[in-house]
Design a binder for this molecule. Structure first.
Ligand SMILES: Cc1ncc(C[n+]2csc(CCOP(=O)(O)OP(=O)(O)O)c2C)c(N)n1
Ligand SMILES: [Mg+2]
Length: 556
């Protein structure tokens, strides 16, 4: 039977397992919307296409499934750019379907044309650097290959975003529906099997080491290796630090947890790495600017290094390792843990990490070098309340990562999503909403007041679709991070950082959502007794002093 391309596209999305799509219609994509009308895919109307891409990414991050978004041509597509770039950097499987003017209008200056012909916006060029695959489908004879190629990238071990752009007239063309049988046939190429000699080499290094340290990255979470990681480190008595993105790969309440690495952390992991470590085991962790303290080579001096990653591009990017292995982290950890048992490797003698951390804190207090002084006690209290009240786990999207890095001890049952991708302000709220469409647990978006104003209207998307969400906005009436840099490095020549906020209580009222303002510790301590984070949409405003700066150097 013949069906329209628009119907085929919708069936293709269903074959990819997509049941929710975020977007905004425009005339040039209406045939696909019309096909969505007949499908059981939930089509979610957003306030801005950037939000749609962030939502698709948030859903993908929280579920591991493919996220989808849909827009019209021209501005609809260009508004996607930051969200798609974010999915690209964070390696998220996100598909975007965009409309295009009809092919007969190409190059003639069609309204909102982005075919790139005749000096019009070149959408393909705009997305070339931020997608794994993008295609303007001008004819139907190669449609099956295009869709298969898209599916391959979405389902790859290391996925990324794809964009399919379809001119209006092509959406309405008829194709044989049996084409669907040819689609999504390619399974992802599996990560190569763990090379045994390299496993043996890492066991040898582990045997020799007196004081190893594991640095776990997001690769451990992506491959679901948290429990095996815990088993290994507990059996061998090895402390674990994580990258920011992998916070919680080992429960941060564990006596073996050193928290996360990075300039904005309390520095336990850094000091342990510098003072105590003779073997560094990097598991699925890219040695990026944050984790590496701006690629500080001193950190790696006089240490043996084992690096394991499923992504070959991450291996030995900025240092040489004694053993470097491309493998799935789950496979590696399982085999390493088994080998330590079978070969009877003795546990390491590890210092008392709780005393070690307390000592670092006491010294920092005495030297006045604590990152966050008492002006941030309200924030600290907020995170304590989160830990106390939600022992069964939450999903937390966080644009304001410096606070969480210090104050929030993530458990294995929690999911912490710092704004890592392209670190765009205004990510947390839409990303959390995207996750909220699928996640049963309480979903939080933590965000500064600057970031909030970039994406606040998407709260109404949550409202329209009855997605429970708790937004926590840190109200300091300034772009705090910018103000801090201008205070520390530009002689307090404050420019374009301060602003006046809307009245958040009135804003929440107009949105029809709950509002709470937190100005004191007792208010903070009773916060979650007054909120229903499972069913409601809440806006929590945490008041902060405009002149309170964290004590770390941004170097820029
Ligand atoms: C889209 C985008 N524009 C600009 C920046 C640069 N930037 C990083 S932090 C920041 C200030 C954030 O202010 P706010 O959200 O109020 O958080 P605060 O630092 O006050 O906690 C800015 C402008 C960015 N990350 N993303
Ligand atoms: Mg702010």
């Amino acid at each position: 039977m013949e069906i329209q391309v628009s119907q085929l596209i919708v069936r293709f999305l269903q074959q990819l397992g997509i049941d929710t799509i975020f977007g905004m219609p425009g005339a040039h994509i209406l045939p696909v919307y019309d096909a969505l009308y007949d499908s059981d895919i939930q089509s979610v109307l957003v306030k801005h296409e950037q939000g749609a891409a962030f939502m698709a990414g948030g859903l993908a991050r929280a579920t591991g499934n493919i996220g989808a978004c849909i827009t019209t041509t021209g501005p609809g597509a260009t508004n996607l750019i930051t969200g798609i770039a974010n999915a690209y950097v964070d390696k998220l499987p996100v598909i975007a379907i965009t409309g295009e003017v009809p092919t007969y209008a190409f190059g003639k200056g069609g309204l909102q044309e982005s075919s790139g012909e005749g000096g019009t916006v070149d959408q393909a060029a705009l997305f070339a650097g931020i997608t794994r695959y993008h295609k303007l489908i001008e004819r139907t004879d190669y449609l099956a290959s295009v869709l298969n190629e898209a599916a391959k990238h979405l389902r790859a071990d290391i996925p990324g975003p794809v964009i399919i752009s379809i001119p209006y007239n092509v959406q309405k063309e008829l194709v044989d529906e049996t084409m669907l049988d040819q689609l999504v046939s390619r399974a992802p190429s599996p990560t190569p099997k763990l090379p045994q000699p390299l496993l043996e080499d890492s066991i040898k290094l582990l045997k020799q080491a007196e004081s190893p340290l594991i640095v776990a990255g997001y690769g451990c979470i992506r491959s679901g290796a948290q429990t095996t990681l815990q088993q290994l480190c507990e059996r061998m008595n090895i402390p674990v630090a994580t990258s920011l993105k992998a916070k919680g790969a080992l429960d941060e309440h564990s006596p073996l947890s050193l928290g996360s690495l990075g300039v904005t952390s309390a520095g336990y992991a850094l000091q342990y790495l510098q003072e105590k470590t003779d073997l560094l085991i990097l598991l699925g962790a890219g040695f990026n600017e944050r984790t590496s303290y701006v690629w500080n080579q001193k950190l790696l001096k006089n240490k043996a290094i084992i690096q394991v990653d499923n992504n070959p591009h991450q291996l030995e990017k900025v240092f040489t390792a004694n053993v470097s292995i491309q493998a799935d982290l789950g496979d590696y950890l399982t085999e390493l843990e088994q080998a330590t048992r079978h070969q009877g490797l003795a546990p390491k003698t590890c210092i008392d990490l709780i005393a070690y951390k307390t000592d670092i804190e006491t010294r920092a207090e005495a030297e006045g070098s604590r990152i966050f002084g008492s002006q941030f006690d309200l924030v600290k209290c907020f995170y304590r309340q989160l830990e106390l009240h939600f022992t069964e786990g939450i999903d937390l999207f966080d644009d304001n990562i410096v606070f969480a890095q210090n104050f929030y001890r993530v458990r294995q049952c929690d999911r912490f999503y710092p704004n890592t991708g392209v670190s765009s302000l205004g990510h947390a709220i839409p990303a959390a909403i995207g996750a909220g469409f699928k996640v049963e647990r309480p979903v939080f978006a933590l965000i500064g007041d600057g970031g909030f104003q970039m994406c606040a209207m998407e709260i109404m998307t949550a409202f329209n679709y009855k997605i429970p969400l708790t937004v926590v906005v840190f109200n300091n009436q300034t772009m705090g991070l910018i103000r801090k840099n201008q205070q520390q490095q530009y002689e307090e020549r404050f420019i374009n950082c301060d602003f006046v906020n809307p009245d958040f209580a009135l804003l929440a009222k107009s949105f029809g959502i709950t509002h709470r303002k937190i100005e004191t510790i007792p208010q903070c301590e009773s916060l979650f007794e007054q909120l229903d984070v499972h069913h409601d949409i809440n806006l929590v405003e945490v008041m902060l002093d405009q002149d309170a700066y964290p004590n770390y150097s941004s170097r820029r």
